[in-house]
Design a protein around this ligand. Structure first.
Ligand SMILES: CCCCCCCCCCCCCCCC(=O)SCCNC(=O)CCNC(=O)[C@H](O)C(C)(C)COP(=O)(O)OP(=O)(O)OC[C@H]1O[C@@H](n2cnc3c(N)ncnc32)[C@H](O)[C@@H]1OP(=O)(O)O
Length: 184
């Protein structure tokens, strides 16, 4: 991965501490929002990514590139692949049960990905420094051990729930996150 210094954990970064309320090893993560483009079951044209955590610390998902994901004829659009990376990275940091948002996403495209290909996605956190979380992801062709087609590195920033209330749709947030108080 040709990641930049901005997505590389600084000296002294700590390993992530997963939350006891998060899924245990082998568990599925579920969707964080039903209309999310990446994972929402109710999104009509979304990616519908469903992930599991093999170890409670990283996430894995399979994503099959469809007709609606094309850029060049018959080949996946790079922005769609970056979205899939962003989604699994976001899922992996959600294991900490703290709200984070993407601040920076770097993507390496190593192989063309034809329509019909199933990418085996994996994401994990490489360190936490204050509000900053450093994360990586990869997409492998055809099998979990297949050739790497896409790699990503990201910087996510921890926010509080008011971020979503102030900038987003508070009613939709409350409808699906009753367990969170916006102003505790
Ligand atoms: C519905 C409810 C769900 C609940 C939760 C569940 C979520 C469960 C999974 C989600 C799965 C979805 C996966 C997709 C995730 C998305 O797509 S999120 C959507 C896309 N991202 C955004 O909309 C974020 C937009 N940006 C912002 O809101 C603000 O810029 C940020 C990122 C919150 C930072 O603003 P801020 O809080 O004012 O912080 P700021 O002081 O500017 O920066 C803090 C530090 O980070 C650094 N930094 C900030 N931005 C950058 C950058 N781009 N590059 C490098 N460094 C940066 C700063 O330099 C600063 O460093 P230090 O000076 O401390 O060393």
């Amino acid at each position: 991965m040709t990641r930049s210094t901005l997505t590389t954990p600084p000296p002294g970064a700590e390993p992530p501490k997963t939350h006891p309320d998060g899924p245990s090893a082998g568990g599925s993560l579920g969707s964080h929002f039903s209309r999310c483009f990446g994972c929402g079951d109710d999104h009509p044209t979304g990616l519908h990514i469903a992930a599991v955590t093999p170890d409670g610390a990283s996430v894995e998902a399979a994503f099959t590139v469809g007709e609606s994901h094309q850029g060049a004829p018959g080949l996946a659009h790079g922005g769609v692949l970056a979205s899939a990376m962003d989604e699994v990275i976001g899922m992996s940091i959600w294991l900490l049960r703290k709200p984070y948002v993407t601040a920076r996403l770097e993507t390496d495209y190593l192989l063309p990905v034809p329509v019909g290909t199933t990418l085996h996605l994996r994401a994990w956190c490489t360190g936490i420094a204050g509000r900053k979380a450093y994360l990586e992801a990869e997409g492998r062709v055809g099998a979990p051990g297949g050739p790497v087609a896409v790699r990503a590195a990201a910087l996510f920033i921890e926010v509080d729930m008011t971020h979503f209330a102030e900038h987003g749709d508070l009613a939709a947030l409350q409808a699906e996150h009753q367990d969170y108080e916006v102003n505790p």
